[in-house]
Design a protein around this ligand. Sequence first.
Ligand code: NDP
Ligand code: 8X3
Length: 252
Amino acid sequence: MEKIVFITGATSGIGYYSAVEFAKLGYNLIITGRRKNRLTELEKELKEKYNIKVISLNFDVRVREEVEKNINSLPLEWRNINILINNAGLAAGKEPIFEGDFRDWDQMIDTNIKGLLYVSRVIIPWMKERESGHIINICSIAAKEVYAGGAVYCASKSAVDSISQGMRIDCNPYKIKVTNICPGAVETEFSMVRFKGDKQKADATYKGYKPLTPEDIANTIIYCATLPNHVCINDLVITPTSQANATTFHRI
Ligand code: NDP
Ligand code: 8X3
């Protein structure tokens, strides 16, 4: 069996394009997400175009029992996961903290933090046993700097930042790499999700400058994942050239 990459949130954006870029290199893939139709379509496309093996797992990362049942259903040879990309995540809402919706808070905390932990808890022991593996956590520039209306999303990504550091320490004796990738603005479905389908608000996020594309992040992931065994990118912040930090954009 060639190398295996496990990607959460492969139905859209960064996860989708990561699947495509790894497929181009001949990796076999386990793709996951809640939207079953999209998973089925992507699986078919990847198999046909790139002649690789693909398994789709359809689950919500917030539901621990579903996470465990689905991942444990993998055939034995598919448990040799070389690269885990913890990508599934979202921002919900951008209201000031005193107007925030507790359902948005629950969704962000349950997906971005607890979902990442549930998936990792099943897969890391398999990597530990083989003394090899690479965990790539998709964090955010929001982990490094807090912005107005972002308290809970930023906190959830700060948690990912800390979890990446802790994973790296705990996994260090087992030759498992841990890479934390922190993108700035990437044009995906992210803002449509954050603003609950308000296209005007979503479009305004990317207005007046050239944002990163999900392919840019996928290629960054590929770069980190294909370095020699003795080299590990620990923490990487990547923004569009027009973005200086979480809140400073040069817009024209
Ligand atoms: P998209 O909305 O395009 O993709 C998000 C993916 O996450 C989808 O595949 C979605 O699949 C999956 N997902 C969300 N919630 C769940 C859930 N409960 N269970 C399983 N899968 C879930 O956004 P991006 O590609 O931009 O986001 C990917 C990651 O990148 C996120 O962690 C985000 O925080 C991070 N990020 C994004 C940035 C940006 O500007 N776009 C910048 C920095 C970080 P489905 O709905 O089918 O379940
Ligand atoms: C997504 C980027 O700046 O909207 O994590 O938080 S930002």
